[in-house]
Design a protein around this ligand. Structure first.
Ligand SMILES: [Fe+2]
Length: 439
C-alpha cells in the first residue's frame, strides 16, 4: 500500500518502540527454535563489491551492499512485518559498508556506512537462510527434494500409507502436521474412521484449508449418474486411467480429497473385475516417480514435456475453461527441481498448436508417458473401505480407479495449494518452512 511506503532516509530511523522484527514470517511458537547458524567471518571485498560471509557450516555467501540496505530488518512494520522501505529509493551502486563486524559470538553481523550513518544488524540465521548464490539455491532445492520420496507401486501399498483418524485430524495439530508432511513426502495420505455425511467431511477437511470452489461446487460426490446425465467420466462405473484433476484450470487445485462413503462388496468371487483388476479400487501413480523414469530412461520425452505446453479444456453447460500449460513445471530458478506434474489424457484439447515437425514427437512422447502411467509397476491399487478418506497431492500424484459394477460413492472436494502449504508452513520449524514451495 502506498501509504506504508517510507523513503530510504526515513527508513533509516528506527521505528519508535518497534521490537526487532523477524523478516520472514510471524513465528509460530514451535518455530522459535533458532538455526544456531554462527558466522565465522565477514568482510567487505573491494574487488568484487560485495560483503562476503563465511558460516560455521562451511558455506560462504556474498551480499551486495544494496541488498543489505534493502533487507534492513528495522525497516519492517513492527506488527504487519510488511516492507516500509521503497527499494526504488535505493542506489543499485550503493558503496560497500565502511565497517563489517561479527558480533555476539557469531550470532550476528553488523554493517555500517559512515556517509549516511546507517548501521544494520543481521542475524546469522537470516543471512544463511536467504543467501542467494547459486549453490545456496541448489542446496535448498536439494533439501526440498529430500523431503519427497517418489514411489513405485511396491514402495507404497495401501497399508504403508501414513494415516491418522478423522477424530485426531479434527482436534490435533500433531495429526494435522503428520497428514501435511505425508503429502510432501509421498503425495498421499489416508484418514480413517471418517463420518459419511458431506457436512461432517467438510468440517474435518477444513482443518487443512477451505474447500476450493469450482464449477463442480465446493463439496461434491462421485455417485454414478444416470445415462445421459454424465458430464464427466468420474460419474460412471468405468475404469479411469491415472490423471491429475482439472488440468484445464490455470491454477489447478493442490489437493484432491475422496472420502469413501459407499463401497459395494465385490461382485465376483475373486474380487476381480472383467479387466482382471481389483473391483472399484482407487489407482494412484506418483507422477514424480514417472518423471524420474522419464529423465533416466527417456530423456527426450522428459525434455519434450518440460518445454512444450499442452492444451487442455473442459466444456459443459455454462462452462468453457482451457489451460495451455507444461506437463512438467520446475521450481523457479531451477531446471531440475520439480514443482508440478500435470497430466490428464481425457481432457487434452485438439492438437492444433504444435508446429508440423513436432506433431509426431507429440504422439511418440505421449505414448511413452501414457504407457508409464498405466504400467502396474507404478500403480498402487487401494480399495477404499467406507470410512477411509484418501488425500492426494493433485500437483504430483495421479488418481484413477478400476471398473466396478456395484455402488461406490466418494464425497470429496479440492483444496488450494496456497491453503495447504500455508497451513503446513505454520506448523513446521523455521528451518523447514521456507523450503516448502519456496517460490
Ligand atoms: Fe479425477
Amino acid at each position: 500500500m502506498a501509504g506504508l511506503v517510507r523513503t530510504a532516509a526515513a527508513a533509516r530511523r528506527p521505528l519508535a518502540g518497534a521490537a526487532r522484527a523477524q523478516w520472514t514470517v510471524r513465528q509460530q511458537p514451535q518455530q522459535r527454535r533458532a538455526l544456531s547458524m554462527a558466522i565465522k567471518q565477514a568482510s567487505a571485498v573491494d574487488a568484487d563489491g560485495v560483503v562476503r560471509v563465511s558460516f560455521a557450516d562451511g558455506h560462504e555467501s556474498s551480499f551486495h551492499p544494496v541488498w543489505l540496505k534493502d533487507h534492513n530488518p528495522d525497516t519492517l512494520h513492527p506488527t504487519s512485518l510488511q516492507r516500509q522501505l521503497d527499494s526504488a529509493t535505493l542506489d543499485p551502486e550503493t558503496p560497500l559498508p565502511d565497517e563489517v563486524s561479527v558480533v555476539d559470538n557469531g550470532a550476528r553481523v553488523q554493517v555500517a556506512w559512515a556517509a549516511d550513518g546507517e548501521r544494520i544488524t543481521f542475524d546469522a540465521d537470516f543471512l544463511r537462510r536467504h543467501c542467494y548464490d547459486a549453490s545456496a539455491l541448489a542446496e535448498r532445492h536439494e533439501r526440498l527434494a529430500k523431503m519427497r520420496t517418489p514411489w513405485a507401486s511396491k514402495d507404497l501399498p495401501k497399508e504403508a500409507v501414513t494415516r491418522v483418524t478423522g477424530a485426531d485430524l479434527a482436534s490435533s495439530d500433531d495429526a494435522l502436521r503428520k497428514v501435511l508432511q505425508a503429502l510432501v513426502k509421498d503425495g498421499v495420505t489416508i484418514v480413517t474412521d471418517m463420518p459419511s455425511s458431506i457436512d461432517e467431511t467438510e468440517a474435518i477437511v477444513r482443518r487443512i484449508g477451505p474447500p476450493r470452489e469450482t464449477f463442480y461446487g465446493g463439496m461434491w460426490d462421485t455417485a454414478p449418474k444416470a445415462e445421459g446425465e454424465v458430464n464427466d467420466t468420474a460419474y460412471t462405473k468405468d475404469a479411469l486411467h491415472g490423471h491429475t484433476d482439472t488440468s484445464y484450470l490455470l491454477d489447478s487445485p493442490g489437493l484432491q480429497i475422496f472420502n469413501c462413503v459407499a463401497q459395494s462388496d465385490p461382485t465376483t468371487e475373486d474380487g476381480l473385475n472383467h479387466e482382471g483388476e481389483i473391483e472399484g479400487a482407487t489407482k494412484l501413480v506418483d507422477g514424480f516417480k514417472v518423471l524420474d523414469v522419464l529423465k533416466n530412461e527417456y530423456p527426450e520425452t522428459f525434455e519434450f514435456f518440460a518445454t512444450t505446453p499442452l492444451k487442455w479444456h473442459c466444456i459443459e453447460d455454462g462452462v468453457f475453461v482451457k489451460a495451455w500449460a507444461r506437463v512438467i513445471e520446475f521450481e523457479p530458478g531451477s531446471t531440475t527441481a520439480i514443482k508440478q506434474f500435470r497430466y490428464n489424457s481425457y481432457d487434452l484439447s485438439p492438437v492444433d498448436y504444435l508446429a508440423p515437425e513436432k506433431v509426431l514427437d507429440y504422439y511418440r512422447h505421449t505414448k511413452i508417458i501414457n504407457d508409464l502411467l498405466r504400467d502396474p509397476k507404478y500403480i498402487s491399487y487401494m480399495r477404499m473401505n467406507v470410512g477411509e478418506m484418501v488425500i492426494i497431492d493433485n500437483h504430483r500424484v495421479c488418481h484413477g480407479r478400476t471398473a466396478f459394477s456395484g455402488f461406490r460413492n466418494m464425497v470429496g472436494c479440492y483444496i488450494g495449494r496456497d491453503d495447504w502449504l500455508s497451513k503446513l508452513r505454520t506448523l513446521l520449524p523455521a528451518e523447514d518452512n521456507t523450503l516448502i514451495n519456496d517460490e
